[in-house]
Ligand binder design. Structure first.
Ligand code: ADP
Ligand code: MG
Length: 717
């Protein structure tokens, strides 16, 4: 039976005709439909009066508070535009603490006094909505009977329409707070942190007498994911319930040959990617790069960077679209951080920087030693990461990331910075108070033959560092593939804001005075010598780094529960309160939410492991065991000697593992509640049951194994 199901799955994959023809817009040029489903500048100008349009655009571009009087006009224009794009409904689209997005649709349709249908949408509808949102996690910020929550329009992120086969929905990016105004989402803290950082940057740049400029915090979020055939997925209750495989041993060949990485993309996958891109482009999401990743069946999508708040919204939408388009193509997109044991997991690289006008503050230029703004900004970031690495680590906590961080594929739980040799050298000069002639050394790469000569970069890359300087931005690599980028960037912004303020405070008395440069050098030297312990250019995966980091006093918050503790630290309460991002109560509520979610997920994994072992796997193995015992008896009765040894071997090997599995199932079943104290133990027990079952998988008849195997899921698609 199980065998026939699996055969059927494979058969139907084999027979599938891959539609290489048009993704929806293949005949249209991307430049013609780019941003068509967004209420963007062009749509705003087309559907709004000139005065109102300029006001709204100023809000979007400069974060200027929107004149409440124009909300009605904007609503009207948005409705007309959305209807012209096929919309029948609208929704406040928000990001509660579940980690995903949320939406509750209302139709534009109303009935007038004559009993006729009319389409309405008012300024009030646009600005605020009041979902009964009592079932979202609040971490004790309110009780279930206090059901009121508000979503409110975030005019800095443009509205868009999401299409469906029978129409479309106008989505209004929104914040989400409680009746009493407490934060219940990921967007409010992010927006607050962006504002805090902008204030600090403005103050910092004043020290350098720079003219006032528009400030943009930028993010480019590289998204990794797996794709497997939906037929396999549907035969894996563990994937369906937990997003990862709870059983399965890595096949003989997986990623050792590194032949998948950057390999030619299979037509079925390319078809999927092209369809995803066309959907993203319609939504004004600048998908740029696509490629095969290291693990089999693993891929990556990277957009061009954008303003941070917008980029976070866009990444949330990207994850949703990956899932939807996969399903349409008979695939399933796994965003889990570690869907398959034994091969690489998936992360999300957060590329972070700041633009001051058109100047990237993390661009070293040709001569960083003589680039005081860059040096001061870089130094402030180093100080921020050294002082607040605990919060950055905290932002990476998910159950899935536990299985990924620190394995030979993702940075470990110790937060450190990679700068590369050249910049490290430059900072050493600052610390030592020397100014050496600095010439960028354009390295001529001479390959020979007919390859035109080209120049190499100043420094190499380091894949093992959680926080790497990559030319003109920092890349934080510890975030999980399924996570919202809001968490990391919120803490990052605040940490840097605090450091910039520290620098500004020390410099402000000298602005415009002859001593300024000397004071700046002195200050930077002092900060560097104090915080350079967080800079490490070596191999972060090595054992030596563990020891070295300990010597340097860098925290190693190795488990998720440890990594959440910084949310309870009064030092962090002060920091986040000072910058108006979280009150201590809000931070503590986040701790509650995250711990609870973590424990629940661990418990679900344990229960799924136990029940699948008990009800799906053991019965099949017992059946084989019974047949073997019967066969042995027959051989003995008829006096046939040959084969008895093989039968005995199998009976004993399988029998021993069966007993072992049954004992472990019993232990897991007897475990009542998973809490902070018992969690590690529960994880260990779950893992041990898996190990036993994975050994059984290797022993029993391949035709009888009830779950699709790794070698099938990862290679047949
Ligand atoms: P890699 O995989 O080699 O790290 P990619 O080119 O795939 O590099 O991704 C780099 C990401 O960094 C892209 O999303 C890119 O847009 C983004 N990026 C480039 N410059 C900046 C910047 N100034 N601020 C934020 N992100 C940036
Ligand atoms: Mg990267």
């Amino acid at each position: 039976m199980s065998d026939s199901v699996r055969r059927h799955a494979i058969d139907s994959i084999a027979q599938r005709v891959v539609k290489t023809s048009a993704a929806p817009d293949a005949n249209e040029a991307p430049v013609d439909y780019y941003g068509k489903d967004v209420f963007n500048a062009a749509a705003i100008r087309k559907f709004l009066s000139r005065g109102a349009a300029e006001k709204l655009l100023a809000t979007i571009q400069d974060g200027k508070r929107l004149d409440p009087n124009v909300a009605g006009d904007v609503a009207h224009a948005m409705k007309d535009w959305a209807i012209s794009r096929g919309a029948t409904h609208f929704t406040h689209w928000f990001q509660p603490m579940t980690g995903g997005t949320a939406e509750k649709h209302d139709s534009f349709l109303d009935v007038n006094e004559q009993g006729e249908g009319i389409m309405t949408f008012s300024g009030r509808n646009l600005v605020k909505s009041e979902p009964d949102a009592s079932s979202f996690p609040s971490g004790g910020l309110r009780c279930t009977f206090e059901a009121r929550g508000y979503t409110a329009w975030d005019p800095t992120s443009p509205a868009f329409v999401k299409r469906n086969p029978r129409g479309a929905t106008l989505c209004i990016p929104s914040i989400f707070c409680s009746y009493t105004g407490e934060v219940l989402d990921k967007k409010i803290p992010l927006l607050r942190s962006i504002q805090a950082l902008k204030n600090s940057i403005a103050r910092f740049m004043k020290c350098f007498q720079a003219p006032e400029e528009h400030i943009t915090v930028t993010l480019g979020a590289e998204q990794e994911y797996f794709l497997i055939d939906r037929n396999f997925y549907l035969q894996r209750p563990d994937l369906i319930q937990t997003g990862r495989t709870l059983f399965g041993s890595a096949p003989a060949k997986h990623q050792q040959l590194e032949d998948h990485y950057f390999g030619a993309i299979k037509p079925r996958i390319l078809n999927f990617m092209a369809e995803v891109e066309s959907e993203l482009w319609r939504l004004g999401i600048p998908a740029k790069t696509r490629h095969n990743e290291v693990a089999p069946a693993q891929f990556e999508l990277a957009p061009t960077f954008e303003e941070l708040n917008l980029a976070v919204d866009h990444n949330m939408l990207t994850m949703e679209i990956l899932g939807r388009v996969a399903e349409k193509n008979g695939l399933v997109c796994l965003l889990h951080e570690k869907p398959f044991a034994g091969v690489n997991g998936s992360g999300k690289h957060n590329n972070w920087s700041v633009a001051y006008g058109s100047r990237n503050l993390l661009d070293p230029g040709d001569d960083p030693r003589h680039n005081p703004v860059f040096l001061a900004f870089l130094t402030a970031v180093i100080r921020a990461v050294d002082l607040h690495g605990d919060l950055l680590r905290c932002s990476t906590v998910t159950v899935g990331n536990d299985y990924r961080l620190g394995a030979n594929e993702a940075p470990p739980a110790i937060v450190s910075i990679y700068l590369g040799d050249r910049l490290t050298e430059t900072l050493q000069q600052v610390e030592d108070g020397v100014v050496e002639e600095y010439h960028t050394r354009p390295r001529q790469m001479k390959i020979g033959v007919a390859i035109p000569n080209f120049t190499g970069d100043d420094s190499d890359r380091n894949r093992t560092s959680p926080f790497a300087f990559t030319g003109n931005k920092f890349e934080f690599r510890a975030c999980g593939s399924s996570q919202s980028c809001a968490g990391f960037n919120t803490y990052m912004n605040v940490a840097v804001a605090e450091s910039l303020d520290y620098v500004s405070e020390r410099l402000e008395n000298y602005v415009g005075k002859p001593k300024f440069n000397a004071k700046l050098e002195e200050l930077l030297g002092e900060i560097i010598s104090k915080h350079k312990r967080v800079v490490y250019n070596g191999n972060n995966y090595s054992k030596e780094w563990l020891k070295e980091a300990e010597k340097r006093g860098l925290p190693n918050l190795s488990t998720s529960l440890l990594a959440l503790r910084p949310l309870l630290d009064p030092r962090n309460h002060q920091l986040l309160e000072k910058y108006g991002v979280f009150s201590p109560i809000e931070l503590e509520s986040r701790y509650e939410i995250m711990v609870e979610e973590y424990l629940r997920k661990i418990q679900i994994e344990g229960e799924v492991t136990r029940s699948l072992a008990q009800n799906l796997i053991l019965p099949v193995v017992l059946e084989e065991y019974g047949e073997l015992v019967k066969a042995l008896k027959t051989a003995q009765d008829s006096g046939i000697q040959s084969g008895q040894a093989a039968l005995k071997y199998r009976i004993e090997a399988i029998g021993a593992l069966l007993d072992e599995a049954q004992t472990k199932i019993g232990e897991l079943a007897a475990f009542s509640a998973v809490d902070v104290e018992t969690c590690e133990e529960y994880i260990r027990m779950t893992r041990e049951l898996r190990q036993t079952v994975d050994r059984l998988e290797k022993l029993v008849d391949d035709r009888k194994w009830p779950l699709p195997k790794y070698r099938e899921m990862l290679f047949i698609y």
